[in-house]
Write a protein that binds this ligand. Structure first.
Ligand code: PSV
Ligand code: MN
Length: 404
């Protein structure tokens, strides 16, 4: 029996009529934002194990992000969380980021750690506390102007633990009133991304529990508002690619927080649990073409045990692989098979791309970008991590952290 011949990636792409150079050009332009909080210490509600070499302040987080970008070539911006990353001199911080080869990206107000937000931030029954929450969001809009960021990323831990604890309807209205005020404060090119999460820390109801609540709110607010899909914030079995397709088609997909979950918001490395789900999401993005052009791609992860920098590089690489696989789907052929009602043919067209080993393609792209073809190998052979461990030691919890 003769062994089956498996063609090389080039041969496969050629055979499938796909333009290799065009695909490589798209891969070079991919952009994934990393979160400042992923570089500092964080833990679970049970324990934070201080990581050797973890960043202790925003400058060190930016150094690490700069290194991740130098290795991967596609992670040129960093999301910041306020007040964790607050500084008196935003111009200097912006410059510092540039010196590390990155820019400051999405601004994330922290509306969940202050004592006063125990019963909610913009949904709180107390108007004084709602005012404070709004003031903090407005402060973040000002920071956006100072650091040239166009993204305000909003996540609310707001919710209740027991039936009857507060009026769900009143909370919904309070939230909208505050967001309508905040919307007016966005910079002219600014966008408000509204994240949702179906539970935790609240366990009876969460005020922004699913994409529909974020979407309805964004629609009422106006065109500068969109939905932020955190891949870890869904119930078991939810088809996230479907949500993505719907929001893209409605022009309201604001962006992503990438991570992976096995049970609930576990903040594992994106693509580590269900790479096919990530691929399916990227297929929807590639298929939607122009409509995906303003989508913000951000990682939202906290590495409790693993090395944070290696975890972040791995996360970026997994997003690249999912995108590369989505790019090598032959969409013309897929559409023809769909139109013919060929269920298995269409499915196989997708799965062939998913099962293709895109590592050689990505390695080529990296070499053409002047990078090491294997960023993890480069990281393991380099001495960046050892040096951070030497210089920084073990930071307490002061790196600014929270289970993402
Ligand atoms: C909440 O779980 C979340 O996903 C939000 O995006 C926060 O801003 C982030 O994690 C960090 O805690
Ligand atoms: Mn998130």
């Amino acid at each position: 029996m003769s062994a089956k011949y498996y063609p090389s990636l080039e041969e496969q792409l050629l055979e499938r009529g796909l333009p290799v150079e065009g695909i490589k050009a798209k891969l070079r332009l991919q952009h994934i934002e990393t979160p400042s909080w992923g570089y500092g210490n964080s833990g679970t509600r049970f324990k934070t194990f201080p990581g050797a070499g973890a960043a202790r302040n925003i400058e060190e987080k930016l150094q690490d992000a700069g290194y991740v970008h130098r290795l991967t070539g596609v992670a040129g911006s960093v999301a910041i969380h306020i007040p964790w990353d607050k500084t008196d001199d935003w111009a200097a911080l912006k410059e510092y980021a540039h010196a590390q080869g990155v820019r400051l990206g999405a601004v994330n107000p922290n509306l969940f750690q202050d004592e006063q937000y125990k019963l909610g931030s913009i949904t709180n029954a107390s108007s004084a506390m709602r005012e404070n929450a709004l003031e903090h969001i407005v402060e973040c809009c000002e920071i956006m102007r100072k650091v040239d960021s166009s993204l305000l990323s909003l996540w609310f831990a707001d919710g209740t633990n027991y039936a009857g604890q507060d009026s769900i309807t009143q909370r919904k209205r309070r939230a909208f009133d505050a967001l309508a005020q905040a919307y007016k404060e966005l910079p002219a090119n600014g966008r408000m991304l509204i994240e949702y999460k179906f539970f935790e820390p609240a366990f009876y109801h969460t005020d922004f529990a699913d994409w529909g609540m974020s979407y309805a709110t964004a629609l009422k607010l106006g065109p500068q508002a969109g939905v932020l899909v955190d891949t870890g914030h869904h119930a078991q079995g939810t088809n996230i690619a479907h949500i993505v397709a719907f929001l893209l088609d409605e022009g309201r997909l604001g962006g992503f927080h990438f991570n992976a979950r096995r049970y609930a918001d576990d903040d594992l490395i994106v693509g580590s649990v269900n790479p096919q789900e990530l691929f399916e999401i990227f297929v929807e993005l590639v298929e939607s073409g122009e409509r995906a052009q303003n989508v913000a791609y951000m990682i939202d992860q906290a590495f409790y045990l693993e090395n944070k920098i290696e975890g972040m590089v791995m996360s970026v690489l997994n997003c690249q692989a999912a995108y590369a696989k989505a790019l090598i789907v032959n969409y013309d052929r897929l559409h023809a098979l769909q139109a013919a009602g060929d269920i298995m043919g269409a499915h196989q067209e997708l799965m062939t791309a998913f099962q293709t080993d895109v590592r050689p393609l990505l390695a080529q792209v990296r070499v053409e970008m002047g990078l090491h073809p294997d960023p993890i190998q480069a990281l393991r052979e380099g001495d960046y991590i050892r040096r951070t461990e030497e210089v920084r030691g073990k930071a307490g919890g002061e790196g600014g952290g929270f289970p993402g």
